[in-house]
Design a binder for this molecule. Structure first.
Ligand code: SF4
Length: 438
């Protein structure tokens, strides 16, 4: 059976696919590891590959997320018109199944591990159902090693001193928090399931690279586990990028260990420097009074921080935005991403905003013009806030030459140079198409 697995690309507003070679998709290579022997597999990642639309396949599997949904449905409709069986999966399919089922012969709801082999068996037997639901969260021991051997390293960005590009690795699934804007916990759940440390190490060794992205939503959700895993990573001499929450402030003793284990860039969702905003997004565990301390702790240990900040909350203003940007510049934050509040489908935020009629367009993800980073999705009654404009101004301020020089000099640290050049590249990319791409 000839199977094509596609990660659709993301369209810009001129309907061009945006290229993004930062790292391969873990989804495609995990699905590849679940394919039985009768499958003849082709993998296409439109972030780096050109899809040959004329290729012949028996089945096409498409991974749908809210950002690539327009292209994903277009591909689904196209292959169905050619009488090729289409299976849709991914987070967006799980969160909006009624919409997704219009573009595929079958949809997969939930994590793929328990159902994907069955879907393929049914395709082979001609007994395909219209919907497959993973009934229970997948046991962490059942998360397979992705088929890293199928990744063509030459397609992805590799830093000069590293053995390979950044490779995504699963440590755990789930996050204990319940931030109202987060689609991730709706999919993976709040019960954090850790894989065995040996299995994680094995995956890293098998990948052939020495640079990783811990794909977990929150590496810091269990400090004991974080300590155990970080200690085990030390002998590997790797470099990695991880996402952490601000409760790391309660465990300052772990930061040197994280550095020793290879943590190079820590993505932290600060969201706002104002306590009242944290309550608006149900992220009360985020305590702005410790943010300075977190940033200096990481800086002292020579770990770069990638701060994520949201604008578009009810009481946001130009003045608040400037204060926020100054806060992160003064604390010499390596990278910052300012994102408009985005009501992802399936989240509590979406439901609340929909009820209050605060979403400009309730099906925004299906309209190309609404995916423009300069279009705000939030329509507050007083129309005082344009979240996208605030973010755009914040990006310009944060990646201004004055800010870049203030944040990186005089820091006297050699390894800051790569971050400096990354900032210059981000500045250039952002001024070119207003998108935050590496
Ligand atoms: S901490 Fe991050 S992953 Fe966890 S619920 Fe909040 S936004 Fe989602």
């Amino acid at each position: 059976m000839k199977l094509l697995l596609v990660m659709p690309g993301i369209y810009d507003t001129d309907r061009r696919l945006i290229k993004n070679n930062i790292m391969p998709s873990i989804v495609l290579y995990t699905l590849a590891s679940l394919c039985p022997d009768f499958v003849e597999l082709t993998i296409v990642d439109e972030n780096v590959d050109q899809l040959d639309i004329t290729g012949h396949y028996d089945v096409v599997g498409i991974s749908v997320n809210t950002l690539n949904v327009i292209r994903a449905y277009e591909l689904g409709d196209y292959y169905r018109s050619k009488r090729i069986t289409v299976i849709l999966g991914g987070i967006h399919t799980s969160l909006v199944p009624e919409e997704a089922r219009l573009h595929g012969d079958a949809i997969v709801i939930g994590e793929a591990e328990t159902v994907f082999p069955l879907v393929l068996e049914d395709c082979k037997k001609g007994t395909l159902q219209t919907m497959y639901t993973s009934q229970v969260p997948v046991h962490p021991d059942a998360i397979p090693t992705p088929r890293y051997d199928l990744i063509d390293f030459s397609k992805y960005l590799k830093l000069p001193t590293r053995k390979g590009p950044m490779i995504p690795v699963y440590i755990s699934r789930g996050c204990p928090h319940d931030c109202s804007f987060c689609a991730s916990t709706k999919f993976w759940g709040r019960n954090v399931r850790y894989r065995k440390t040996e299995q994680i190490i094995e995956d890293m060794k098998k990948s052939g690279s020495d640079t990783f992205f811990l794909i977990d939503d929150n590496f810091a959700s269990n400090p004991k586990k974080m300590e155990e895993i970080s200690s085990a990573l030390i002998p590997l001499h790797i470099r990695y990028f991880a996402q952490l929450d601000t409760t790391i402030a309660k465990h300052p003793e772990l930061i040197p260990l994280l550095k020793k284990s290879g943590l190079y860039l820590a993505y932290i969702g600060f969201e706002s420097i104002h306590l009242e905003d944290q309550a608006l997004i149900k992220k009360q565990f985020n305590k702005p009074e410790v943010f300075s301390n977190i940033l200096s702790l990481f800086q002292r240990n020579n770990i770069n921080v990638y701060a994520s900040i949201i604008f578009g909350l009810e009481n946001d203003s130009l003045e608040k935005m400037r204060k926020t940007v100054d806060f992160f510049i003064e604390r010499k934050t390596s990278i910052a991403l300012f994102t408009p509040l985005t009501p992802y489908p399936g989240t509590r935020l979406y439901d609340e905003m929909k009820q209050k009629k605060e979403i400009v367009d309730e099906g925004w993800w299906l309209k190309l013009e609404m995916t423009d980073p300069l279009v705000s999705l939030v329509a507050y009654k007083d129309k005082m806030i344009d979240a996208a404009a605030l973010c755009s101004d914040a990006m310009k301020l944060f990646y201004s030459w004055a800010s870049i020089f203030r944040r990186f000099f005089p820091r006297g640290l050699l390894n800051r140079f790569s971050m400096f050049f990354l900032n210059v590249r981000l500045r250039w990319n952002y001024s070119r198409d207003r998108r935050f791409t590496f």
